[in-house]
Design a binder for this molecule. Structure first.
Ligand code: KG4
Ligand code: ZN
Length: 352
């Protein structure tokens, strides 16, 4: 089975070809970061235009790298949501056009499902597993029981962790995206210098909150001596922020692990995925936590943590194998929860 995958939900224009026996034949990713950097964040209109300009070439490159024609494929998958509507439209329309011309099944993939299933491609992980999905737009704990079978244990009531990393970086004058910059700066910092809050730590349940942490960073930065920030202050702030974020993740995941093991006593795998999962410090702490519970941590390689089309092609492979194809009338979904039955998160900062 051979599937072409297309990803255009945010700021990466990506195309990949993946096989049913877990081989990646092509993995093309074009980051738009240089186009968005002057604005310090993703500009949806620029993203949509850039996807339109570059996607055809990325698809051609992926097909060339795989050394296939469209007729050799068994299906075409595109991210159908959640994400920025302009980009989703470009990817979905392109995939549908290829599917229509080459008479192939079309698969609309949930971007979060792409992140969730990546470890089945990279490590052959079997169901069920507990998933911590941490990215720029999402922060969730999910029990993954099968393709399309997700039970959400917790989500953020305000900001995603990647967003908190990005905002912390911005306040400290570091580059965008902030995650890798903060991680790098934190390596030389003192994590105990700034006493930052650990929102929701010690409380029951598996929800997250990061906006109070972000605000505390702002107050701590404002309290520094006026003038340009010193390298040492930046390093200590990054280390303090990362220590607080890690404490929160570990605390929330410990509760989730218990809920997961109550439901699946013999399951042994905690998975971390999404852009923030590229962070080595957080991975180490999660691996320690899993070990304490007699479990193991599995994380995809960093390249497959941040957005890519390999995960979309692979989710397409999994869905095609189950006959879960979509009609050409599929409409992109800017909002598309993995577990539509999950009770809504409640709290002061809940986003609609
Ligand atoms: O999954 P992703 O590429 O896009 C979304 O679906 O959101 O995640 C991007 C997010 C950004 O917020 C970025 O700062 C964060 O992942 N990120 C990191 C690291 N690498 C990327 N956060 C912490 N440490 C990292 N090394
Ligand atoms: Zn993502």
């Amino acid at each position: 089975m051979i599937v072409l995958g297309i990803e255009t939900s945010c700021d990466e224009t990506a195309a990949a070809v993946v096989t049913g026996d877990r081989r990646v034949l092509a993995d093309e990713v074009l980051s738009q970061l240089d186009e968005h950097r002057p604005f310090g964040g993703i500009v949806p209109e620029i993203a949509a235009r850039s996807h339109l300009e570059h996607l055809d070439r990325m698809v051609a490159r992926a097909m060339e790298a795989a050394d296939f024609g469209f007729g050799d494929l068994d299906g075409v998958a595109a991210t159908g949501g959640p994400g920025l509507i302009g980009g989703l439209l470009v990817g979905v329309m392109t995939a549908k056009a290829i599917a229509a011309v080459a008479d192939l099944p079309f698969l609309a993939v949930n971007h979060l499902e792409g992140h969730a299933l990546t470890v089945r491609l990279t490590d052959g992980v079997t169901f069920p597993y507990l998933l911590l999905l941490v990215s720029g737009g999402h922060c969730q704990l999910l029990v993954v029981e099968g393709v399309g079978a997700y039970r959400r244990l917790g989500t953020t009531v305000d900001d995603a962790l990647g967003e908190a990393y990005d905002k912390t970086a911005k306040m400290l004058g570091l580059g965008f995206p902030g995650g890798p910059e903060v991680e790098r700066a934190a390596e030389d910092g003192d994590p105990s210098r700034f006493p930052l809050p650990r929102p929701l730590k010690g409380r029951a349940g598996c929800h997250f909150s990061f906006s109070g942490l972000k605000t505390a960073v702002r107050h701590a930065v404002d309290a520094l001596p006026p003038g340009p920030l010193r390298k040492k202050d930046v390093a200590d702030m990054c280390a303090s922020f990362q220590a607080a974020a890690g404490d929160v993740l570990v605390d929330r995941c410990a509760n989730a692990l218990e809920a997961f093991r109550a439901r699946h006593p013999s399951a042994d795998t905690l998975v971390v995925a999404g852009g923030v999962a590229a962070n080595r410090n957080l991975r180490r702490r999660l691996a320690d936590l899993a070990g304490e519970h007699g479990m193991r941590l599995v994380a995809p390689p960093a390249r497959l943590c941040t957005d890519n089309a390999v995960m979309i092609a692979w989710a397409g492979v999994e869905r095609l194998g189950l006959g879960l194809t979509d009609g050409l009338d599929f409409a992109p979904r800017p909002r598309w929860p993995l577990d539509p039955d999950a009770p809504p998160a409640t709290g002061a900062g809940v986003k609609a």
